[in-house]
Ligand binder design. Structure first.
Ligand code: AMP
Ligand code: GLY
Length: 422
């Protein structure tokens, strides 16, 4: 079977490494992949947003199955285009990907179907939004409607901050069209949990839960990033919370999407907050999380391709994922300065460290075959162990063996989770 994965970060590396365990895959491609993924799949320099290029490559090379991993190509309708050529895919259609591509679509869906989430108002006129933030309760949460690289959410503690956020999004066009319409939400509090779930549009199988660390610096300080590290499972996500989420959030969401005529097939990501009022949805993503995938897939015990094919053909109920009862911790090594400006081109040295795996993101191979840094988040080191404490200790021990000159990483990945289990 010829399989291609669209995307080129740490998440895609984790997907590629998991897929590779299936001996039925004769050719495995990654578009565009990166210099580290090149050790595990044939990387083809076609960008994830180059829909025409992706479709042409798939047709010309007789691809049997495609996994479309990042949000942009999903929202752009890459799955619809590949399906039209007769190529089955893992990932939602553009209509279903709106659950991430438009936060307003997602909020209206939750409201219509009674799925618990923060109270909200939608604004299309900056004057109305400014009038609202002049008197609304604080802190308040201001969100751009469309995709904004995880940066379209502002938690405003003061009226001044709220006003600035509204002006930047709606008047200055900081996020382009993504911010022309905005949401203003009630600010919720409580531990956050990420739950990725396989769904074939009817059956929903949550994967092991995880905890992301979105802020750049220790103690959850500094700017928001794509994610600086993860642990799985998330200790706040107890069995009773999981049951409640299945009843009030997961199944209702999958049924709502089907009822709206856009059944969701693929990986649906639930960003949850466990409030004193019960679990609520903070956001949906239409894809695997990054770096959640780097702790979730290493704990998957059965075959990823079999589950993905079952998602595509609607037989997930008979092909459910099974997870190990171990723990995983992923520490992201980023270029110093990320998510702001940073320098690139530093050689990456890496020595195998027992109990760990490396997932590459911002790296490339030079003409002489040397692996050098080329992005913000450069690599993730994932350790799997019998306890969370051991997984955290092992991942950090491995940072001494793998890195590059201007590497920056948080020193407290897993610290909050460890406090919660004690
Ligand atoms: P999002 O891009 O929607 O996941 O938002 C990014 C982060 O902002 C989330 O991980 C939360 O930490 C925070 N956030 C988003 N919405 C809310 C809310 N309604 N109340 C409190 N925090 C929020
Ligand atoms: N780690 C958060 C995300 O993938 O959106």
């Amino acid at each position: 079977m010829k399989v291609m994965v669209v995307g080129g970060g740490g998440r895609e590396h984790a997907i590629v490494k998991s897929l590779k365990k299936n001996a039925g895959i004769t050719e495995l491609y990654c578009l565009p992949g990166n210099g580290g993924i090149a050790a595990d799949a044939v990387c083809v320099p076609i960008g994830a947003k180059d829909t025409d290029g992706i479709v042409r490559f798939a047709v010309e090379n007789g691809i049997d199955y495609a996994v479309v991993a990042p949000d942009d190509p999903l929202v752009l309708g890459t799955v619809d285009r590949l399906n039209a050529e007769g190529i089955p895919c893992f990932g939602p259609t553009a209509a279903a990907a709106r659950i991430e591509g438009s936060k307003i679509f997602a909020k209206q869906l939750m409201k219509k179907y009674g799925i618990p989430t923060a109270e909200f108002r939608v604004f299309t006129d900056p004057g109305d939004a400014l009038e609202y933030v002049a008197t609304c309760p604080l802190p308040t949460v201001i969100k751009a409607d469309g995709l904004a690289l995880g940066k379209g959410v502002i938690i405003a503690k003061t009226r001044g901050e709220a006003e600035t956020a509204v002006r930047e999004m709606m008047i200055s066009g900081r996020f382009g069209d993504s911010g022309r319409q905005i949401l203003i939400e009630q600010c919720l509090t409580g531990p956050e949990v990420s739950v990725l779930a396989f769904t074939d549009g009817v059956t929903v199988c949550p994967m092991i839960s995880s905890m992301d660390h979105k802020r750049a610096h220790d103690g959850n300080e500094g700017p928001n990033t794509g994610g600086m590290g993860t642990v799985a499972p998330n200790p706040y996500y107890t069995d009773s919370v999981a049951d409640e989420c299945m009843k009030t959030i997961f199944l209702p969401t999958v049924r709502a999407m089907a009822a709206e005529g856009c059944p969701f097939k693929g990986c649906l990501y639930f960003g949850l907050m466990l409030t004193t009022d019960g679990p609520k949805v903070i956001e949906y993503n239409c894809r695997f999380g990054d770096p959640e995938t780097q702790v979730v897939l290493p704990l998957l015990e059965n075959d990823l391709l079999t589950i993905m094919l079952a998602v595509t053909d609607g037989t997930l109920d008979a092909n459910r994922p099974v997870f190990s009862d171990k723990h995983a911790c992923c520490v992201i090594e980023a270029s110093d300065g990320y998510p702001g400006k940073y320098a690139s081109g530093f050689p990456v040295k890496s020595e195998p460290y027992p109990g760990t795996e490396i997932f590459y993101a911002g790296v490339k191979l030079t003409d002489s075959g040397e692996l050098v840094t080329s992005g913000g988040r450069v690599l993730g080191i994932t350790a799997v162990a019998d306890s969370l404490a051991e997984a955290v200790k092992t991942a950090y021990a491995a940072t001494g063996k793998t890195g590059f000159e201007n590497a920056y990483y948080r020193k407290d990945i897993g610290a909050e989770a460890l406090k919660a289990v004690r």
